[in-house]
Every structure is written in C-alpha cells, then in structure tokens.
Ligand binder design. Structure first.
Ligand SMILES: Cc1cc2nc3c(=O)[nH]c(=O)nc-3n(C[C@H](O)[C@H](O)[C@H](O)COP(=O)(O)OP(=O)(O)OC[C@H]3O[C@@H](n4cnc5c(N)ncnc54)[C@H](O)[C@@H]3O)c2cc1C
Length: 484
C-alpha cells in the first residue's frame, strides 16, 4: 500500500473500539484529515466491560476510551446511510455528504434478534421489557431494572450477563437451547462442571429449552416444554452478526462480514474494513463466540481481533508494512465467581490430561502435542490460568508434573507474579512493572490498578492476573509492615 498524500480525507464509519484504536494509532498531526461517523451518541467505550455496568462494579465513565487525537472530526449520533464507492462519497442521517480519499468501515456487529413471535409487539418492534445487550444504553436500562430477569441464550455473553445480574441481586433464569451452557466451547464433562457451578450460584437453568410464548401481559414466558418462567424482563443473548447492510448496498463483496484480504482491503478501491464487521477472506467463522480453528486462532470477530486489525491498518495507511494474521485464541469468562479459561484447540493433540472434580466444580483438560500445549480448558482452577496461558502463547514444554501445573504449583508456572517486564494487559500494553509502580503509588485494588494503568479495561482477559499480582503485593506489603 502506498503512503498517503498529506491532507487526504479519511472517513471512518463507526466509532467502536476498532475505529477508536485506528484513529489513535494514526495519531495527530497525522497524514490524514480524519472524520469519524458514530451512530451512538457516546464516544467510543470498552464494549466488553458492559457487564461491569450491569453488576455496578464500574461507572459508565470508566468504560470510556481515551479522547481521539486533536483535530479528529467526530460526528456522534450520526449514521452513515449510504456509500458511493465510484464517487467516493458517504451520506449521513443528518443530510450531510462526506467525500473521501480513503474509507474505513468499522460498523461492528448487531445483536441477533428473534423474528416475528413472542419477542415482538404488534408493530414488529421488540416488545416492552425485551432487549439485547450491545450498547451502553442497553446496559444502563438493564442496570436500572429490578425483579427477575430471563436471559435467553447460554453462550459467553448470556452466562456473563446472567452472573452480573445475579451479583446485582436479581433472580435470574437462564434459558438455553443446548445441553449445557457454553456448549459451543466446552465438551460434555466441562459442561457438567459449569452447570453445577452455575446452579450452586443460584442461577435457575432451563437447558434444552426454547421460548414458545410470552404470557400474562409480558409478566412470564412459556417454554417449549410447557413450563413457565416468571420474569417481566427478558435479555436476548442469542448472538451477534456483522453489520454489513451499508457495504452490501454499496456493492462491496460480503459473506457473513465485509470480505477483506490480509491487508484489510475490501473489494472496493480505497475502502477497508476492520473489527466485527470484517470477515477475512481465509477466515473460518465469526464473532467472539467463534471457536478457534485448527491453528488455535480465533478466525474473526472479537475485541483482540478488532484491535489487531486496527493497528495493522494504521500501519498500512501510514506507509508501513504488515498483515493481519488472526488474534490470540483465548477465552476467559469475565465473572469472578466462575473461573473459566479456554485457549487453543484439542485438534492435533497426541496426549490429553483430564482432571474432573465435579463436587468442587473443578475441571481441566490439557491437550498436548509433543509435550507442548495445543489447547486447554480450565474451570475453577484460577491458580493455573496465568501459567497455562503463558505456556500456550510461548509454545514452551509443559512441566512433567501436570497436576502441579493445574494446582498452580509447578515452577516456573506456579501462581504468583511472573517477571515484571512481561505484558500483563495485551490490549493496553501494560507490563507487570507498570502495574507494580501504580500499586506502589497507592492503587491497591484491581479496580484502582485499572483506573491508573487501564489494565483490564480492554477484553478483561487479564483481570485474574492483575488480581493475583495485586494480592501478592498486598501480602508482601502486609508482611513487611508486620516485621518493621
Ligand atoms: C457485553 C459484551 C461483552 C463482550 N465481551 C467480549 C470479550 O470478553 N472479549 C471479546 O473479544 N469480545 C467481547 N465482546 C465483543 C466486542 O465488544 C467486539 O468484538 C468489539 O466491540 C468490536 O469492536 P468494533 O469497533 O468492530 O465494533 P462495535 O463495538 O460493534 O462498534 C461499532 C460501532 O459502529 C457504529 N455503527 C454501525 N453502523 C454505523 C453506521 N452506519 N454509521 C455510523 N456508525 C455506525 C455502531 O453503532 C457502533 O457504535 C463483547 C461484546 C459485548 C456486547
């Protein structure tokens, strides 16, 4: 890709995490006159942290991503309604026209919503009390509610949201059509452990069930086996789909997402796509719920992938070289009461180690090839999580004492703080040393460390490691005080 001519007009459609990271990386004074069109009234925020708004652990302002570089023309509450790739023109809902030299589609994904039926009113709109969870507005509305909630869909988002609402003290019924929650990610034994743990946390699970009707003027749901769920509020967590309407109407090549090559180029000249709306040509699936392919990479979609694509595109747009090659295949549930980590894949393994402790809600499955991890699932074994992630990411040999590894007692992968220079928060490039400096400056809880360093404010996947380090420093600090 050739470098920009100074002053070229770059129009970005969408202002979610992908667009935000792109604009931030392009910097200012940058080579482009950047205009960002964001349909939401809010500036960009960390969408994966919406569940922290649900349970009340983070105020809305804590989700906001840093201000864009000065000089960025931000148009918030403005929707792009058409793109004309031939005339290089974007039209917006406020009647304006934005000519561009380069265009970036970062329109993200939209929740999947049920068609006509129980979830809709007579006009075809979502019925009162029925809503998805995708925006700050959705989260704020849910957080202000009270009484029982029915969460429909037991994937990652459904389970995280159900637990967050439970933490808020609300009775929650989780209706899931699969045999166990997270069945796209977990085998039957792991599913058993998760089911047991969720029931122990007072979640009312209705598995293998779908909603048949809404009854009693919206006060209850009837399920397909004739049973009832008393809940006037219904949270839909049945998936998300790339927003491609604009690209499709403009004649760009679209499959489930806007098709892009490894340089994020769409089929239209000078037009790119990043984030949840983009589908790599050689990708094998979509979304944060997408299972890793045989290589252990998340094929497309998800926060880490969005940021990786944004950084690659910023590099390419400023005359550098790079290619998007997929993101880390790490799934970590953002719920303090359910430690669940899945990395990589079971495919290609020549050794499998399984540990099942159903009574304690613990389960582990390590998949190895030639003594190195191809994948792992850990439930209720948080002391092992950081070590397992490191082993997988670095491709290092797994310690011979597998049980010690799973109990977090295998040097050098035992629980506790690894080297200070190691990146802890990959989303925000925060090292252990930076965290420790913040801790010494007075940030003594995971939340305070997040505020000081932004660690944990991206995908939230490092939250456990931040907590473990914080505990270790606090323990050491307490001992130092006791001795002196
Ligand atoms: C509750 C929740 C938890 C999540 N947790 C995780 C997680 O733990 N890990 C993970 O990897 N991912 C997670 N995700 C997914 C993650 O948030 C997305 O992968 C990420 O937000 C993608 O960023 P994006 O910028 O591509 O798209 P989005 O965040 O969807 O942002 C796109 C923006 O573009 C705007 N837009 C769309 N069309 C137009 C238009 N025509 N004109 C103007 N603006 C437009 C939208 O309104 C939106 O603001 C979670 C998502 C949710 C909802």
């Amino acid at each position: 890709m050739s470098g920009p001519v100074p002053g070229e007009r770059l129009v970005v459609i969408g202002y979610g995490p992908a667009a935000h990271r792109l604009v931030e990386r392009l910097g200012r004074p940058g080579p482009y006159a950047v205009t960002v069109l964001g349909a939401e009234p809010e500036p960009a925020y960390g969408r994966p942290l919406l569940t922290a708004v649900l349970d009340g652990t983070l105020p809305v302002r804590a989700l906001r991503l840093p201000e864009p570089p000065p000089g960025t023309a931000l148009r918030l509450g403005v929707r792009a309604v058409s793109v004309d790739p031939r005339r290089r023109l974007v039209r917006t809902s406020d009647g304006a026209a934005h000519p561009y030299d380069r265009l970036v589609l970062a329109t993200g994904a939209a929740p999947v919503l049920p068609g006509p039926g129980w979830a809709r009113d007579a006009d075809g709109r979502l019925a009162p009390g029925v809503r998805p969870l995708r925006t700050l507005a959705d989260a704020a509305r849910l957080a202000s509610g009270s009484g029982p909630v029915a969460v429909v869909g037991g994937g990652v988002l459904g389970v995280e949201a159900a637990l967050a609402l439970r933490r808020r003290g609300r009775p929650v019924v989780l209706v899931h059509r699969g045999p166990h929650p997270l069945d796209r990610h977990l085998d039957a034994r792991a599913g058993e452990a998760v089911t047991g743990r969720l029931r122990a946390l007072s979640l009312d699970l209705r598995l293998g069930r779908t909603v048949a009707a809404r009854e009693d003027a919206g006060a209850a749901l009837a399920l397909d086996d004739g049973s009832r769920v008393e809940a006037a509020e219904v949270l839909l967590c049945v998936g998300a789909r790339p927003r491609v309407e604009l690209a499709r109407a403009a004649g760009l090549a679209v499959r489930s997402g806007v098709l892009v090559d490894h340089r994020l180029r769409t089929s239209a000249a000078r037009a790119y796509a990043i984030g949840d709306c983009a589908e790599p040509l050689d990708g094998g699936g979509y979304g944060p719920d997408a299972a890793p392919g045989p290589t252990g990479r998340v094929p497309a979609g998800g926060f880490a992938s969005a940021w990786d694509q944004a950084e690659t595109l910023a590099l390419l747009l400023t005359g550098g070289d790079g290619r998007h090659s997929g993101a880390r295949g790490v799934l970590r549930l953002k719920a303090p009461e359910l430690d669940l980590l899945r990395v990589g894949t079971t495919a290609g393994a020549d050794e499998t180690v399984v540990l099942g402790d159903a009574a304690a809600g613990r389960y582990a499955r390590l998949s190895l090839r030639a003594g190195r991890l191809t994948g792992a699932v850990l439930i209720g074994l948080h002391r092992a999580a950081a070590g397992v992630v490191r082993l997988h990411q670095r491709g290092e040999p797994v310690p011979v004492d597998r049980l010690a590894l799973l109990l977090g007692e295998a040097p050098p992968y035992e629980a506790g703080p690894p080297p200070g220079t190691a990146l802890v928060c990959h989303c925000n490039n925060v090292t252990g040393d930076a965290l420790e400096a913040a801790w010494r400056a007075g940030a003594r809880t995971a939340a305070a460390l997040a505020a000081a360093t932004r660690a944990g404010t991206g995908c939230g996947g490092c939250a456990e490691e931040v907590r473990v380090r914080c505990e270790a420093w606090s323990g050491a600090g307490t001992r130092e005080e006791a001795v002196s």
